[in-house]
Write a protein that binds this ligand. Structure first.
Ligand code: PGA
Length: 252
C-alpha cells in the first residue's frame, strides 16, 4: 500500500438528532485508541456538526459533512457553504454520493463544482463514484468509473489532489448487505488508480487515497484493507453502531 495513510469515514446519512448523535460520537471516540497509521472521520447531518465536533475535541477523530456547496455565501436556499461547515468544525466533505446522484439528480458538473469549492476553501473532498448493478451486468463498470472520475475532477490541478480522496462505492453494494468481493473491489481500485495516473501522473495516482464503500462490516473490513489499492472505507449502516464501527476502525 506504500505510504498512503488509511482513512475510515462513517457516513451517518439522515440519522441522529443532537442527543443520540453526541452519544454515538462519544462511544466511537471511546473505541478509538491512538492510531498513528490511520485517520477517522465521522460525517453527521449538518444540524449536529458543531455538537459532534465539540464532543470529539481532544480525540483524534475528525468531522466531515455529507455534502457542501461551491460558493462561500449567497442566494442558494437549502445549501451549506464550505466556510460554514468549517466554522462548525468540519475538515472534510463527501461529494457525489450515489444517493445525491440518484435521488437528488446531482450531475457530474454540479459534483465537480462542489469538489472544487471544498478544495478551494481548504476541506478534504471525498469524491464518490460507482456503477449501478445494470451497468456492471452490461460490462460498463470501467467506462462509468472513468467517466465519473474525469468529470468529477475536471480542471482540478495536480497540486490540489492532495486534498482529494476517491471513494469507490458500487451502487449495488450500498445498504444492500451485498459487499463487493475483495477481488472486485481491488480490481476497481487498481483501475481507478490507473485512470488517475493518466489524468495526472503516476506520483499523483500513487499518493491518492481510494476508499471502498458499500456494506462494509466488521466481518469484511480486514480482508478489504489487506488489498494493495484499498486505502480505507466509507461506511454507512455499520457506522451507526459504535461497537461495529469501533471494530471497523480497529481493522488489522
Ligand atoms: P452502507 O453505505 O455501508 O450502508 O452500504 C455506504 C455509503 O453509502 O457510503
Amino acid at each position: 500500500m506504500g505510504k498512503r495513510k488509511a482513512l475510515i469515514a462513517g457516513n451517518w446519512k439522515m440519522h441522529t438528532t443532537v442527543v443520540d448523535g453526541c452519544r454515538l460520537a462519544m462511544d466511537v471516540a471511546k473505541a478509538c485508541t491512538g492510531y498513528a497509521d490511520r485517520e477517522i472521520l465521522l460525517a453527521p447531518p449538518f444540524t449536529i456538526l458543531s455538537e459532534v465536533s465539540h464532543v470529539l475535541e481532544g480525540s483524534p477523530i475528525m468531522v466531515a459533512t455529507q455534502n457542501v456547496c461551491w460558493e462561500e455565501k449567497g442566494a442558494f436556499t437549502g445549501e451549506i457553504s464550505p466556510v460554514m461547515v468549517k466554522d462548525a468544525g468540519a475538515v472534510a466533505a463527501i461529494v457525489g454520493h450515489s444517493e445525491r446522484r440518484q435521488i437528488f439528480f446531482e450531475t457530474d458538473e454540479m459534483i465537480n463544482s462542489r469538489l472544487k469549492g471544498a478544495v478551494k476553501f481548504g476541506l478534504l473532498a471525498i469524491l464518490c463514484i460507482g456503477e449501478t448493478l445494470d451497468e456492471r451486468e452490461k460490462g460498463h463498470t470501467f467506462q462509468v468509473l472513468e467517466d465519473q472520475l474525469r468529470k468529477g475532477l475536471k480542471t482540478l490541478a495536480p497540486g490540489d489532489m492532495t486534498r482529494v480522496v476517491i471513494a469507490y462505492e458500487p451502487v449495488w453494494a450500498i445498504g444492500t448487505g451485498k459487499t463487493a468481493s475483495k477481488e472486485q473491489a481491488q480490481e476497481a481500485h487498481a483501475f481507478i488508480r490507473g485512470v488517475l495516473g493518466r489524468i495526472y501522473e503516476k506520483t499523483v495516482a500513487e499518493q491518492t487515497r481510494i476508499l471502498y464503500g458499500g456494506s462494509v462490516k466488521p466481518t469484511n473490513i480486514d480482508e478489504l484493507m489487506a488489498q494493495p489499492d484499498i486505502d480505507g472505507a466509507l461506511v454507512g449502516g455499520a457506522a451507526l453502531d459504535a461497537e461495529s464501527f469501533g471494530r471497523i476502525i480497529n481493522f488489522r
